[in-house]
Ligand binder design. Structure first.
Ligand SMILES: Nc1ncnc2c1ncn2[C@@H]1O[C@H](COP(=O)(O)OP(=O)(O)O)[C@@H](O)[C@H]1O
Ligand SMILES: [Mg+2]
Length: 293
């Protein structure tokens, strides 16, 4: 268990740091989710998983007050999120949206520096502390060498890490990340996940991330939120306690077995094979022997 931090005083006692109750979410006439209840415990690494178009990004937007629910409410540190001024929300919570478009012609350094906006006062100039925070955010995401480059000219993976640096430069206690590892190769995916785990475990950030990789989700989440088609919460809690083959079949329509991750012991989803040519016991070896003969 994490020890109490001064931030605990602000919760109003009830539920997590960020909490949604009875949310109905949608766009114009279409309803994406009804009566959603989500709890993001303080200090948790909460991961949201679910099939395409089930409402993960919509939920994240509502948690960040980028989308107004048609019913229900989001609570931030014990108060309705609508109660705060925008700048105050931006100081507590940073959002990395799923697809972010940088203003044309902006450099990496300038984009990351924009993460400092919520901290600037009307008459206060850019300070050496702002500069230090920006440099550190770029270092941690491995983009410091890209600083003078134009964001438009980067690869998808580089750009993703630049956006992450911008959100880090915001220095918020809560980070909401929508698919932070999309476009990244496997090594960079793990690097970003490890960075998130460090921010969470060592620096006490509360994280909410949407991920597609179920095995990474189970490895890193301390709290897993499983969203099913139609915006229904199918399960929520410790991955080791909630992830079963039945749950994955229900939510993703995928037959699978769950094994223990050999590195961490957390649940690993192994999709059922359609063709049984290489069975679990004699598979690879048998094929190899045939090949040799
Ligand atoms: N800006 C929008 N306007 C109208 N419909 C949207 C908008 N954004 C998303 N949707 C719809 O809402 C549903 C949920 O989308 P989204 O939350 O992006 O899903 P996910 O992130 O789980 O893939 C989808 O059917 C999508 O088409
Ligand atoms: Mg999405």
């Amino acid at each position: 268990m994490r020890s109490a931090t001064p931030a605990d005083d602000r919760h109003g006692g009830e539920g997590g740091r960020l909490r949604a109750e009875g949310l109905t979410l949608g766009y114009d006439d279409s309803v994406v989710a009804r009566d959603l209840g989500v709890d993001v415990p303080d200090g948790s690494f909460t991961v949201i998983i679910g099939p395409n178009a089930c409402g993960k990004s919509t939920l994240l937007k509502a948690l960040a007050r980028m989308l107004k629910p048609s019913a229900g409410a989001v609570y931030l540190d014990g108060k309705a999120i609508t109660h705060y001024r925008s700048r105050e929300v931006a100081r507590r919570l940073g959002l990395l949206p799923q697809s972010s478009l940088a203003p044309g012609g902006i450099t990496v350094g300038d984009l990351v520096a924009r993460g400092r906006y919520p901290h600037q006062k009307l008459l206060r100039q850019w300070s050496s502390q702002d500069e230090a925070v920006v440099v550190e955010a770029m270092r941690r995401t491995g983009v410091e060498d890209l600083s003078p480059r134009l964001v438009d000219e980067l690869s998808g993976g580089q750009r993703q890490r630049v956006w992450l640096a911008m959100v880090l430069a915001q220095q918020t206690p809560i980070l909401l990340l929508d698919e932070p590892t999309t476009f990244l190769d496997i090594a960079h995916q793990i690097e970003v996940m490890e960075l998130c785990a460090d921010l969470n475990a060592d620096e006490g950030h509360t994280l909410v991330a949407v991920l597609h990789d179920l095995n990474q989700a189970c490895r890193y989440a301390t709290n897993l939120v499983v969203l099913a088609p139609g915006g229904r919460i199918a399960a929520q809690g410790d991955p080791g306690e909630i992830v079963t083959a039945e749950l994955i079949a229900d939510v993703f329509g995928l037959r699978c077995r769950i094994v223990a991750d050999p590195e961490t012991g957390t649940p690993m989803v192994v999709p059922a094979a359609r063709r049984r040519g290489k069975s679990e016991d004699d598979g690879a070896v048998a094929v190899h022997e045939h090949a040799v003969l």
